[in-house]
Design a protein around this ligand. Structure first.
Ligand code: ATP
Ligand code: MG
Length: 392
């Protein structure tokens, strides 16, 4: 039996003249993803992308799951393809549908005949196939008003489709259609979610991770790479830049007033990220900050760090509760990795009484005790980069 996936576009159907640009980006992502699951013909018609297997050994379940994670797709339908005869349609329905109807109680069949040369009208076709389903799945009842499942049978030019239903897709916009952003990725819960949310708007993601070896461990670094890999299943391949903050942290700890430690460190992070972003052609920074979550995320503290970047800083978690962030983290599968307990550079040398309402002038006064630009350049000189993809 031949099965086909039908992907419905999300927001890009609203695009006017440059819609093709969005569709092309979507196709590129889908074709790259499809490589893992076999040989597919991927083409589009009437606001739908068709994914058709070209051989018997294509992994349709794998492809289906992958298609549901492609940004720009609102829903993914599965359908079996039958020949345009009642016998073929009935036999295919009997074989194909029970797996999708298991555990359901009510259904109805809708017929659609785009090819009017088919000798039966839509109503009669629906009735026939309804009967076939009832005999194959005797636990089901027909409910034409409020069915749990609607089975659609469609007669098209090239064949008959028996739809098993539509399943929610990832939504959003195709990756790469909305510029590139630099994600400040820690090993925590929030920043992978932030990266996912901005990627969902079509932004290609690069990431920077700050570590503080030997205060932070090899395993903490591996954890961050794992998180990037999980996010890359949605966001596409991620260039990951790693910067050591060890010297900067030691200098701050040695020279500056303890209460300002975190704020100063975060200003270095923003300044370094800003430089990387410019060099890599990223138009924005992305962080997982959430208003009031910790001392460094009060309005005043964000003001003190925000001004270190001349690029917009996207903080998609800013208005979210931890619980809401965790719900997304679970749904994208980063949560279990994020909660593994390893030190982050932000948790090394944490002050006992961090400033929650810092005064910028005082922060700058503390900062001037160190050669800021020199330390930034030195950290950048030690940067290394790797490419992280889900496929590896
Ligand atoms: P997360 O916010 O990811 O759960 P966290 O809560 O431990 O981690 P915070 O101390 O709240 O991190 O830091 C706020 C934001 O700063 C993070 O969401 C992240 O964008 C950025 N950040 C913090 N630590 C690092 C790091 N080591 N490397 C890169 N970015 C970091
Ligand atoms: Mg956080």
């Amino acid at each position: 039996m031949k099965e086909i996936l039908l992907c419905k576009y999300g927001e890009i159907v609203l695009k006017g003249a440059n819609r093709k640009y969005f569709e092309d980006a979507l196709c590129r992502t889908m074709r790259r993803k499809a490589k893992r699951f076999g040989e597919f013909d991927i083409y589009r018609a009437q606001s739908t992308m068709y994914i058709q297997p070209m051989s018997e050994n294509c992994d349709m379940d794998g492809m289906f799951d992958a298609a549901r994670k492609v940004f720009g797709i609102a829903a993914v339908g599965r359908a079996a393809v039958a020949e345009k005869s009642l016998e073929s349609i009935a036999e295919t329905a009997r074989e194909y549908l029970p797996a999708f109807l298991r555990g359901k109680k009510t259904f109805k069949v809708e017929g659609k005949r785009s090819d009017k040369s088919f000798p039966m009208d839509s109503m009669a076709l629906a009735r026939e196939i309804g009967g076939v389903i009832l005999s194959a799945c005797p636990y089901l009842r027909v409910d034409v008003h409020n069915p749990e499942v609607v089975v659609r049978v469609e007669i098209r030019e090239y064949g008959a489709y028996i739809h098993a239903g539509q399943f929610k897709g990832a939504g959003g916009m195709p990756i790469g259609t909305n510029g590139k952003g630099l994600l400040l990725l820690s090993g925590g819960i929030d920043s992978p979610v932030a990266g996912y949310m901005i990627a969902k708007r079509g932004v290609q993601i690069e990431a920077v991770h700050f570590e503080s070896f030997p205060y932070t461990s090899e395993r903490a670094r591996e954890k961050v790479f794992t998180l990037a890999k999980i996010v890359s299943e949605y966001a596409g391949p991620i260039q990951m830049h790693v910067i050591s903050l060890t010297k900067i942290q030691e200098e701050i700890a040695k020279t500056c007033t303890e209460d300002y430690f975190t704020l100063l460190l975060r200003r270095y992070m923003m300044a370094i990220a800003n430089k990387i972003a410019h060099k890599r052609g990223c138009g924005a920074l992305i962080t997982g900050e959430s208003l009031g979550q910790v001392a460094s995320q009060t309005m005043q503290a964000l003001g003190v760090t925000d001004c270190m970047s001349d690029l917009p800083v996207f903080r998609p978690c800013i208005g979210m509760d931890k619980e809401e962030i965790i719900t997304i983290a679970r749904s994208i599968d980063t949560f279990e990795t994020s909660i593994q307990p390893f030190e982050d550079c932000c948790t090394v040398f944490t002050p006992r009484h961090p400033k929650t309402k810092p005064d910028l002038a005082k922060v700058i006064e503390e900062e001037r005790k160190l050669p800021f630009d020199e330390l930034v350049e030195e950290a950048l000189a030690g940067m290394y980069t790797l490419n992280i993809t889900y496929e590896d």
